[in-house]
Design a binder for this molecule. Structure first.
Ligand code: GLU
Length: 395
């Protein structure tokens, strides 16, 4: 069994992305499969090295280790799409040779005009197939003229594509509703649908578990597998995550970056436990699961079709629980950076200051929901300690 997490590095790791990574990781760990990290960076204008670093460090912090991918390598690499461009071109050529793809010479302006005209006439704004119907001579003429061409997939005009989703059951789409979509842009770079299919084929991925926002892409991807004569993987689309106001979770609801949860003093144990429950439940009542229990118990059968609602208060409550459960030594270790950042310990960490930290941690842990709450609670004790030094000792 081979699973993958395939983020586009256009920003930080979002809670939704972290949940997708977690579910893939849990299945791989449970079944003794491989978990692959693949960086989908073909959108060069939006992808950054900074974002790759943020994703990698967030996954590491959550403890979601990958068997193949950046930093660890593997037999199916490279694991960055920009390093796999010749592969996409090879598959694109194959589709063209099989007459399942054709060059499209329409310019962006022409496409825009026709789309607007279609909308005005109350028709769906899909590609109208103009270049699919070019004669051999017309094609040659444009090619000799040196007109830039994208490569489009020739979607069958009839038939139905059926996604057998492990969570949602069968999802059917009429092929005629799918417009001829682009595989390679005029600059030779692949679109998401081509790159993802080529990668999932060549990396021998057996299960694709990803967010529901990708469901509309899946029929297109199935058509590509068919045209290439390959068996598709199994698909599972995870329910949306909504904010407390039932709108899709976004920055409007506050922090959504995993890093900002780390910086506010959430424990990875609590994040993993909470994220696991965003769409999955074991028995409707158990809320606390260790990582080991999740590996034993998690299955896609118990993932809901319905959206999950993110509840920050519950996450904080859970974090408080895990703070109380930590062995004191471990708690001190985790508190140390927060205490240092708040300037509680002075420049150097001494045995005495650690001892003090330990004592204060023991009496404040019951009241902490976040590690960052330690400083305000502890400040008082540190000041106490200083006050108890009689002033004449200082002179
Ligand atoms: N790169 C896509 C994303 O970040 C995921 C693609 C996939 O899982 O198929 O949304």
């Amino acid at each position: 069994m081979r699973l993958r997490f395939a983020p586009s590095p256009t920003g930080y790791l979002h809670l939704g992305g972290a949940r997708t990574a977690l579910y893939n990781w849990l299945i791989a760990r449970r079944q003794g499969g491989s978990f692959v990290l693949r960086i989908e960076d073909t959108d060069r204008t939006r992808s950054t090295e900074e974002a790759i670093r943020a994703i990698v460090s967030s996954l590491r912090w959550l403890g979601l280790d990958w068997d193949e991918g950046p930093e660890v390598g593997g037999a199916y690499g490279p694991y960055r799409q920009t390093e796999r461009l010749s592969l996409y071109q090879r598959f694109a050529r194959e589709l063209r040779d099989r007459e399942r793809a054709y060059p499209c010479f329409c310019t962006p302006e022409e496409l825009k005009q026709r789309r607007e005209a279609a909308l005005a006439a109350g028709k769906p704004p899909r590609y109208d197939g103009r270049c699919r119907n070019l004669t051999g001579e017309e094609r040659e003429f444009f090619e000799r003229e040196g007109r830039p061409a994208a490569l489009r997939f020739a979607v069958p005009h009839s038939g139905i594509s059926v996604v057998s989703d492990l969570i949602r059951g069968k999802v059917r789409v009429q092929n005629e509703e799918i417009g001829d979509f682009i595989l390679l842009r005029a600059d030779g770079t692949p679109t998401y649908n081509l790159a993802v299919v080529v990668d999932d084929i060549t990396m021998e991925i057996t299960q694709v578990v990803r967010g529901e926002d990708h469901l509309p892409n899946t029929p297109k991807q199935l058509l590509l597998y068919q045209a290439l004569g390959k068996n598709p993987p199994q698909f599972a689309h995870l329910p949306l995550i909504l904010g407390p106001d039932r709108a899709p979770l976004s920055k409007r609801h506050g922090a959504v970056a995993v890093e900002s949860y780390r910086d506010r003093g959430f424990l990875p144990e609590a994040m993993i436990n909470y994220l696991a429950l965003l769409g999955w439940s074991y028995d409707e009542k158990t809320t606390i699961f260790s990582r080991k229990e999740l590996i034993e118990k998690f299955s896609l059968e118990r993932v809901s079709k319905n959206p999950a609602v993110f509840d920050p208060a519950k996450l904080e409550w859970m974090n408080g629980y895990y703070i109380r459960e930590l062995p004191t030594e471990e708690l001190v270790k985790r508190l140390l950076p927060f205490a240092q950042k708040a300037g509680l310990l002075g420049g150097e960490v001494t045995a005495e200051s650690l001892e003090l930290l330990r004592k204060i941690a023991a009496v404040t842990r019951e009241r902490m929901k976040l590690l960052s709450e330690f400083a305000p609670l502890a400040d008082f004790f540190f000041k106490e300690e200083i006050c108890r030094i009689p002033y004449w000792h200082k002179h």
